[in-house]
Design a protein around this ligand. Sequence first.
Ligand code: 9MR
Length: 366
Amino acid sequence: MVSMCFLMLSVQGAGKKTLKNTVGKSFLIGAAVTVDQVSGKDKKGQQVAIEQFNSIVAENCMKGEVIHPEEDRYFWDDADAFVDFGNKHGMSVIGHCLVWHSQPPKWMFTDASGKFVTREILIERMKSHIFTVMKRYKGKIHGWDVVNEAVEDDGSFRKSHYYNIIGPDYIELAFRFAHEADPDVELYINDFSMAKPAKRATYCKLVRDLKSKGLRIDGIGMQSHNGRDYPDLKEYEASIDSFAALGVKVMITELDLNMLPNPKNFGGAEISQTFEYDKAMNPYASGKMDAAGEKAFYDRYYAFFDIYHRHQHQISRVTLWGVSDNNTWLNDWPIKGRTNFPLLFDRQYNIKPVTEAIIKMFSDKK
Ligand code: 9MR
């Protein structure tokens, strides 16, 4: 009797249309997951991740400061659990990220007296970090964000400690080390505001340069932390076309849609940019958007997935930056303590109307 019920439920479950059995046929459809979703502490979030997505990325547990807190000490527990979880559920597991100016291992750039280390020492530390982390997960990870957020919106290279101490060739070195560490894994470069023409141009040149030097680079990640009125959709499509024309995979790697009003001079996903709490900036604190907000959300998400649908021959993965509105960084950035609505599942982990429409779009159209 019990097994009969189980069988019936399984059959019903098998018939249900989900993101992964519709959209997931055109490209990988993923989500960034938290440590609590992996462990099951956030049980509902875990269920949605398993049911709806065929790829996951670590929202935080593989970042330098977390995984490599001291030069001779790594913290593997959360990253191991994340990778095991993805492998157990047959998901494409994405590692995020190896070289990033933000949240780096704290000790990385300075010596015991607090002075900046030399180029040679930083290269050696970067190599050792890349080798140790990548080799641990060899064969278990589909692809790595090797270098994250290396370019400013105006197209100039970000003057990070990596750039200032090593020089612009830190990017090339990172890709070289990553390929040596695991020759079988895909390697990506990833950034936000990729629809900005100057940034697009720099990435096109950078990828061409890396390829001309014989380095492996499999894909460009367009993070896509989008808002109600940015990016310009034409420019966004132009970036997809330009990146695809380089012969690399285009990936939408951190998709969300910020529905809240933005303070002046706000933009992109620069975590260091923050503003004081202001009630007027938190219009949906009750937990529900008004009808105009709901419509804007639906139309804008639909427009993005319409682009992904039309460009599916160029796109290899679309990853949401979170599972549900309950756990999104946009509740706390750029202003702490707001109520935002950027994802495809609501605060109660229910599927949203636009998510059902997206599923239908990919089921109906070929
Ligand atoms: O969503 C992440 C948030 O929980 C962290 O506090 C923050 C700092 O590590 O990073 C957020 O994720 C970022 C990602 O790693 C890189 N691109 C921008 C993302 C949003 O800030």
